[in-house]
Design a binder for this molecule. Sequence first.
Ligand code: SF4
Length: 467
Amino acid sequence: MTAAQNRICFEPELIQRYDSRGPRYTSYPPADHFSDWFTEKHYREIATKGNESPIPRALSLYLHIPFCNTLCFFCACTKIVTRNSATVEKYLEHLCREIQIQGALYDDDREVVQLHLGGGTPTFLNTTQIERVLRQIERSFSLSKEPDREFAIEIDPRTVTPQSLEELQQLGFNRISLGVQDFNPKVQEAIHRIQSPEETLQLLQHAREIGFHSTNVDLIYGLPFQSVETFNRTLDLLMTAPPDRLSVFNYAHLPWRFPAQRRIHEKDLPSSQEKLRILETCIHWLTEAGYSYIGMDHFARPQDSLTRAQLDGTLGRNFQGYSTHADCDLVGVGVSAISQVENCYSQNLKELAPYHRAVEKGRLAVDRGYRLSGDDQIRRRVIDHLICFGRADLKAILAPSQLAPKTYFVSELAALNIMATDGLLSVDEESNIQVTPAGRFLIRNICRVFDRYAAVADSESKYSRVI
Ligand code: SF4
């Protein structure tokens, strides 16, 4: 993507007209299409098959730490709110065992170049517990020693001090992601997440001073009592210690799916017009402050590796969102974790007790998964290209299968024509799709054209709205 293509253009009328529900495409097909015919046996087969490749594929390791101290009412993550240290210890014991079992599947020449601790709240664990998990990873996998390896941890600023941040760095983490959501006290009270702006900003500042390679902050718009003015104040404060990356997520109010959200009153939510104004102001704000819009809620500074990966064409997408290591197999460890290995997805059991039982038997806790067909692989490439680079060369993507875009994507090209009339994209004679600056905010709608399962999906109840 060139700097000119990286431009964005906010067209509220167009966005409102196309506003609908749809997947975020952290996988294609989305995870609700995984099924339980896919078992541990299939996962073991594909994991070991990758070892036979003449060029060893590097690994990206994701560890899920599901525990949290308190419940944020907006949260849709797989998490367990607990104070019970025995529950935590038992999980860590089984997590380490799973790391051992997973590690035995992958040859030593398959280095881990990317490690991500997510949750829940990874920093619910103390430094000693985190170190114990890392030592197990070191014993079970080959960790890259290269300076460009990315070892990241999600941080709840309410659980970390400047000193424990330094300890995390000494353990090898070089990237942090902080959950902030909003600094406004009334919003914080309504979402049950009271977090001091001063302490959060101090942590961000300290991370920069002691040399973390990248800092990310998560914000959410569309929360109760938010307005353009309150959100601007949050951004104002944040820019006193500007992070390298920012994720600005749209709050998806789905109380029928996520019971905690029933404690958020619909009447307190901003109107869709106000949400749109918040988003518009936020985009204006961040681009003025020098951030590039990566796509799908993500912003990064020009020198950040995410921006560079987008410019040099190496950006990828996986369950953690955008990734600078698109060429890796992703190995997910822990309850509910998802792996993406070769052309398969595999998801672990979501509940602690069955997860423990599987691991105790020396088994992997695979619950369900998906093996991509040839057609799925083609559509996944198209969707990945659109989301990561705002363009897709259909001819080049279909070339290895000796298929022609105009016969393979008949209905899709017709649907794109309508979007082209609305100014969302252009398609040339060679079937090159180029998303326009105005279409970048509607990328989910554009990707959905290539989603073979979209028509049968019960989109209205499953997915969040685009805005
Ligand atoms: S937002 Fe984070 S800290 Fe809050 S409940 Fe969800 S996972 Fe836990």
